[in-house]
Design a protein around this ligand. Structure first.
Ligand SMILES: *[C@@H]1O[C@H](CO)[C@@H](O)[C@H](O)[C@H]1NC(C)=O
Ligand SMILES: *[C@@H]1O[C@H](CO)[C@@H](O)[C@H](O)[C@H]1NC(C)=O
Ligand SMILES: *[C@@H]1O[C@H](CO)[C@@H](O)[C@H](O)[C@H]1NC(C)=O
Length: 245
């Protein structure tokens, strides 16, 4: 009888011990799992942070210039506050070389496109120059906004303010209004560009990457402009003298 009781107590002890070991092992396993999970989260966060650090979207500043950029030092001061969150491209007249002799700002060195064209005011060549700039700028996947500038533009705000303003919205900034004055719209553009779709706007716009691609890939609207948007010839003053004949 006594022997049986002892055996039972012994069995209870062994059982208890096994239970404790199982519990310990279980919680150890549980802790390990949580730890791995937490570790995973932490490394994921690290990955995310380092990735986003590398991939800060940039603003491409696209200059259409004749020769030198007369206000380059104003831009130089502006870009110094830019933490490299920008890229610069210049479309000068063909033959002009932007080098140490023609610019005092290192930001503009080696930034000219290699296939610039002759640009004439009021002609489709102005749009083509913008398309050339966009094609080059789209080559950098970090360029996220595309700003067109002339050689007489200056920044009115500092870089961070400008950057935040442009990036604060997912949309482009374009000027667009119904051009009520006759004469600009050429009815020959119909039906590709019907008159009810005709708008006027400044060429100095800010485009998102999506819209920049649309402009570059467009094969419908641009050929119409090339064909039908011509600068009106200047008044023929000399013809006025025909009465003297
Ligand atoms: C012009 O520039 C583009 C883009 O940077 C480059 O791919 C191309 O090879 C260049 N062409 C010449 C003729 O240098
Ligand atoms: C940039 O300009 C804004 C608005 O004028 C100003 O609040 C901010 O302090 C300026 N930032 C720097 C870095 O100068
Ligand atoms: C530009 O990039 C740096 C990191 O390189 C970042 O700290 C800064 O906030 C970014 N933004 C602007 C407007 O410069």
């Amino acid at each position: 009888m006594k022997k049986k009781v002892v055996q039972q107590r012994w069995k209870q002890k062994v059982f208890g011990l096994i239970l404790v070991v199982v519990l310990c092992f279980g919680s150890l396993l549980f802790m390990q799992m949580r730890y791995t999970h937490v570790l995973g989260l932490v490394s994921l966060q690290h990955q995310f942070v380092s990735q986003s650090q590398v991939q800060i979207p940039k603003i491409a500043f696209l200059f259409i210039a004749r020769n030198r950029l007369p206000l380059e030092m104003v831009w130089d001061a502006f870009f110094r506050g830019g933490n490299n969150n920008f890229s610069i491209l210049v479309h000068p007249r063909p033959g002009f070389v932007l080098n140490e002799a023609t610019t005092r700002s290192s930001y503009f060195l080696n930034r000219q496109v290699n296939n610039s064209i002759q640009v004439d005011w009021g002609e489709a060549s102005m749009i083509e120059a913008e398309r050339i700039l966009l094609r080059h700028a789209l080559g950098d996947p970090l360029n996220d906004r595309f700003v067109f500038l002339s050689d007489s533009c200056i920044p009115l705000y500092n870089f961070s303010y400008t950057y935040d303003y442009i990036m604060s919205t997912p949309t482009s900034f374009v000027d667009s209004f119904a051009d009520t004055k006759g004469g600009r719209y050429n009815p020959k553009m119909d039906p590709v560009i019907p008159v009810y779709n005709w708008r006027k706007g400044s060429q100095w716009a800010v485009l998102t990457r999506k819209h920049a691609k649309v402009v570059v890939e467009d094969e419908t609207v641009f050929p119409m402009f090339q064909k039908y948007c011509k600068k009106k010839p200047l008044p023929r003053i000399l013809e006025g003298s025909s009465h003297s004949r």
